[in-house]
Ligand binder design. Structure first.
Ligand SMILES: [Zn+2]
Length: 328
């Protein structure tokens, strides 16, 4: 964060630190406010690296390191792209750069930063999308299903086995089809991802818990899904998390047009993965940046230097196109 702070100072920006989030306003006078956001945190280094994960060494045109692809490349490209856009023929309006922490582990980043900022007219979230514009993003609904039984000695039998009723719930959920597919995002997905029940071999278990990971789309409400699940299972359905909703932006909005103009080879698409966009509800947003999402969170994560340079061009063009369209 200190490194980024001094780099922004060197670029002639006036960065402001609040908590572990860094912002800088580029001011071209009266006009709309465009937020450019990306995150500085990464997932842990993990196993399997054949290169130094913290050195950012360049080898065969690739920058290797944890976070090179997700999402420090996007952040650097945003900063340099914005710098270029304001260096000559500055757009009429303001760009707010926000480097936020804790996207990967939610709780301290953009969610707490946003209420302290002026409300943006549009936003770009920098994530590795190969410079394609994500115009919709799936949300996350986490449910727990608690099956209760009655314990008994396994040798005597009797009791009510909570693991067995949970097993019936798992099978029933695997067959559940949630209607209402979204044009860009497809269908809601639902998977039982954790199960825990019983604590010794000789006791009929009286409790079993399932965790259900549901990736939602804007065309089906979480309430509809919860009602469907309740009708499908024997256990009690509890909501663990329903705060990360799905989001989408009208493709006729200037921010979408600007992102498509900045990369004519790209196309608008729906993204299955979460990002800080979930906190920008009601603000027209696209998610776009250099790199490939499939390289994120892997050993030997890298970003090509050429991708980074294309990213700088992309954000500069996007900024110019947005302010040209927004002021029409
Ligand atoms: Zn990311």
């Amino acid at each position: 964060m200190n490194y980024l702070h001094s780099a922004m100072l060197e670029l002639g920006m006036t960065p402001k630190l609040s908590g572990r989030n860094l912002t800088a306003m580029l001011d071209g006078g009266e006009g709309p406010l465009l937020l450019l956001n990306s995150h500085t945190d990464t997932v842990p280094v993990g196993q399997g690296w054949t290169r130094d994960p913290l050195a950012a060494n360049i080898e065969d045109g690739k920058i290797y390191g944890r976070g090179s692809n997700d999402a420090k490349g996007c952040l650097v490209a945003m900063i340099l792209g914005a710098k270029r856009a304001f260096a000559t023929n500055a757009p009429k309006g303001k760009v707010l750069l926000a480097a936020s922490c804790e996207e990967e582990v939610l709780g301290l980043g953009l969610e707490v930063l946003l209420p302290t900022l002026p409300r943006p007219d549009a936003a770009v979230v920098g994530e590795p999308t190969g410079l394609k514009a994500a115009v919709a993003q799936k949300g996350l609904l986490l449910l727990e299903i608690i099956n209760m039984g009655r314990s008994a000695h396994a040798a005597h039998g009797g009791g009510i086995n909570a693991v067995e009723s949970a097993a019936r719930d798992v099978l029933a959920l695997s067959k559940l089809i949630i209607p209402g597919a979204h044009t860009a995002l497809g269908a809601t997905s639902l998977h039982v991802t954790q199960i825990s029940g019983g604590d010794r071999h000789n006791v009929i278990p009286d409790r079993c818990k399932l965790v259900v990971d549901i990736r939602t789309v804007p065309s089906v409400s979480p309430e509809e899904i919860i009602a469907l699940v309740k009708n499908t299972v024997e256990g009690e359905v509890m909501i663990r998390s329903n705060r990360l909703g799905s989001v989408e932006t009208d493709i006729s909005h200037p921010i979408v047009k600007a992102a498509l103009a900045a990369n004519p080879a790209g196309r608008a698409y729906g993204s299955p993965t979460l990002s800080d966009w979930v906190f920008l509800k009601g603000i027209p947003t696209v998610k776009a940046g250099p790199g490939d999402s499939k390289r994120s969170h892997t050993p030997d994560e890298y970003l090509e230097v050429a991708e980074l340079e294309a990213g700088v061009d992309f954000y500069e063009k996007l900024i110019r196109a947005y302010f040209a369209k927004a002021s029409l």
